[in-house]
Design a protein around this ligand. Structure first.
Ligand SMILES: N[C@@H](CCC(=O)N[C@@H](CS)C(=O)NCC(=O)O)C(=O)O
Length: 230
């Protein structure tokens, strides 16, 4: 069988989603590190991804970008099924993925985590206004995910789904900021879910290094509005 190749960036939360799925499914694969924040350094990225983001999955002549699509494709490989058979659980899984992409990534990762954790690790001063704005935008995201976790169709800790894989890297980054950890602790079902997730072998194996790395600089660069549009 042709081995899939994941093109990703080590500090990228979206790359970690794909890596979690690969790990949970135990899919033999190859990995190519590319820095999406420096397209000049990796001109090949634009050939694979018209928006120069990561991750990209290459499987033979099939090239796929968009993390949710990559995760679904990988779930068709042999290994434990990460998509529930039960329609309501499957719909909740897709809902969590949509919430993460449309409303979660920017405040949790690019505002709170990037400013509070990444910038200081690079010797830069965090933008407190960005952090406050991110925490405010994160509040309804956390509340919604907490209700979903409490309901128990997904994010239950019982059976892993693609929802767990899509959300875990975002919550992990967010909770590495003290304000993020505090906000998470006020959402008991979600906090309980995260408490179980951090112990999973795949989550431990894909944990990012929070130490200083010049390669993470781009994470703190503000992006214009289209990134945030639904
Ligand atoms: N919609 C894309 C988003 C991927 C994404 O934003 N990845 C980030 C890294 S976590 C990236 O490549 N950022 C580069 C940039 O913002 O220029 C997906 O679902 O894969």
């Amino acid at each position: 069988m042709i081995r899939p190749v994941l093109h990703g960036f080590a500090p990228s939360v979206y790359t970690r989603v794909a890596r979690l799925v690969l790990a949970e499914k135990r899919i033999p694969h190859d990995y190519v590190e590319v820095n999406p924040f420096d397209p000049g350094r990796d001109p090949g990225l634009l050939a694979l991804h018209p928006f120069a983001r990561v991750p990209v999955l290459v499987h033979g002549d099939f090239v796929l970008h968009e993390t949710a699509a990559i995760a679904r494709y990988l779930d068709s490989f042999p290994g434990p099924a990460l998509t529930p058979a039960e329609p309501r659980a499957a719909a909740r899984m897709a809902q969590v993925t949509g919430i993460v992409d449309a409303y979660g990534y920017w405040p949790l990762v690019r505002q709170v985590y990037a400013q509070r954790v990444v910038r200081p690790s690079e010797g830069l001063t965090p933008d407190e206004t960005e952090i406050a704005t991110g925490l405010a935008a994160a509040a309804p995201v956390l509340a919604t995910l907490d209700r979903i976790a409490a309901e128990g169709l997904v994010l239950s800790g019982a059976a892993l789904t693609l929802a767990d894989c899509h959300l875990a890297p975002m919550i992990g980054a967010f909770a590495s900021a003290p304000e993020g950890a505090e906000a998470l602790s006020r959402h008991p079902a979600l906090a309980r879910w995260w408490g179980a997730m951090v112990k999973r072998r795949s989550v431990v194996a894909t944990a990012p290094d929070h130490g200083a790395s010049p390669d993470r600089k781009g994470l703190t660069v503000a992006r214009p509005v289209p990134e945030r549009a639904p």
